[in-house]
Write a protein that binds this ligand. Structure first.
Ligand SMILES: [Zn+2]
Length: 377
């Protein structure tokens, strides 16, 4: 029973790293492929825990905490007897909650998502037959190969080329992602009115002969207005990117030690767990509100001690602005918000590295028998 309990804790940890929001995900994976990377642990033919090993490897590559992946699941995996019944049930729950995308005949959906969003594909397939149609596969950082060793899962780009380049959607991708879409199927987790997570964080539609359809229900999607304007930001504490988050015109975000609201999900970024004692004392429960007004990203101080803006990311005293309670500042592209020295928020492109050599693992609670690595002889 102890092993079972620990497995479910690992699956809970993995669950927090799943999203089909193109603004948050850092790579696209085909789950049916990943669960069969038996060389990563030398264990059963298929196990869901390998998704955790791949998420960890991606976190290490990006040197960031809390890295999120976009998981595509072929529906056949839900009845794959190589997985445990508990694993199949967990995948079904993730699908119902809109955390992963389940579809009949996943085919090249992984490539389509990568194509439309600009995210890298995490796969061992060489995709030689796709190179002509999708030339970006040959660009540095667009195809990432999970491997093994020394002593751990790794992810290396198929085409070497320095740090991970930012995601760039294709023109067609920008077009479909500029709109919201509605699936006629009631209760659709991806394109329904009760979408989990940020309402504007819909996945890209599937394109069938150029027509947007729901990947899961294969129904033609209805246009539902423009997608709310959004900015991807990062919170960095003591030199480490701890969390990416999205501020959108339909959803401001309150950043602080422990912002109000029981729900610690969208709309709230809680820094508390990452703060040392001095910073905890200085930073207010709700410290600064970030919102999009028109086309602008705006910061509003709501704290006791004030919020510093480092204009253009500069460390010079002369570029340091102090916002006091209810003061507002329109943020320039490179401006950095500082809630306390070393506790910063900025646009995602501000820092070239996530800063941490060993991000925390989703596998921390995995029973050792599940991560028995092959002998490295
Ligand atoms: Zn649907």
């Amino acid at each position: 029973m102890r092993v079972r309990f620990e497995v479910s804790k690992v699956l809970d940890a993995i669950e927090k790293r799943l999203s089909t929001d193109p603004a948050l995900a850092r790579g696209v994976v085909d789950l049916a492929e990943v669960v069969r990377y038996a060389d990563l642990d030398g264990g059963r033919p298929a196990t869901l825990l390998r998704l955790g090993l791949v998420v960890d490897a991606l976190s290490r590559r990006l040197a960031e905490e809390n890295v999120v992946v976009y998981v595509v699941v072929d529906r056949a995996l839900l009845s794959d007897a190589d997985l445990t019944s508990n694993e199949r049930m967990v995948i079904r729950r993730w699908a119902d909650d809109g955390l992963v995308e389940v579809l009949p005949g996943a085919g090249d959906r992984t490539l389509e998502v990568a194509d439309l969003t600009g995210l890298p594909v995490i796969s061992r397939r060489p995709y030689d037959d796709q190179r002509e149609r999708r030339p970006w596969l040959g660009e540095p950082g667009r195809l990432l190969c999970p491997g093994y060793g020394p002593g751990n899962a790794t992810i290396e780009p198929a085409v070497p080329g320095g740090p991970q380049p930012p995601s760039r959607a294709t023109v067609r991708g920008q077009e479909v992602l500029a709109r919201l879409w509605r699936c006629p199927e009631p209760g659709c987790a991806a394109f329904g009115p009760s979408r989990a997570g940020r309402p504007g964080g819909q996945p890209p539609p599937r394109l069938r002969d150029g027509v947007p359809v729901c990947p899961r229900h294969d129904e033609k999607l209805l246009a539902a207005g423009p997608r709310p304007a959004a900015e991807v930001l990062v919170a960095r504490v003591d030199g480490t990117v701890r969390q990416r988050f999205v501020v959108s015109s339909d959803q401001p975000v309150v950043v602080g030690r422990a912002p109000d609201g029981l729900d610690q999900g969208p709309g709230v970024l809680m820094l508390g767990p990452w703060l040392a004692e001095e910073a905890r004392r200085w930073i207010s429960r709700s410290h600064v509100v970030l919102e999009i007004l028109g086309d602008d990203l705006v910061a509003r101080d709501v704290s006791t001690n004030g919020t510093v803006v480092r204009v253009g990311g500069s460390r010079a005293e002369s570029d340091r602005l102090m916002l006091t309670r209810d003061q507002v500042r329109l943020l320039g592209d490179d401006d950095v918000i500082e809630l306390y020295p070393g506790v910063q928020v900025a646009r995602a492109g501000q820092w070239s590295s996530g800063g941490v050599a060993n991000p925390s693992s989703v596998m921390a609670d995995a029973p050792t028998m599940m991560i028995q690595l092959p002998a490295s002889d």
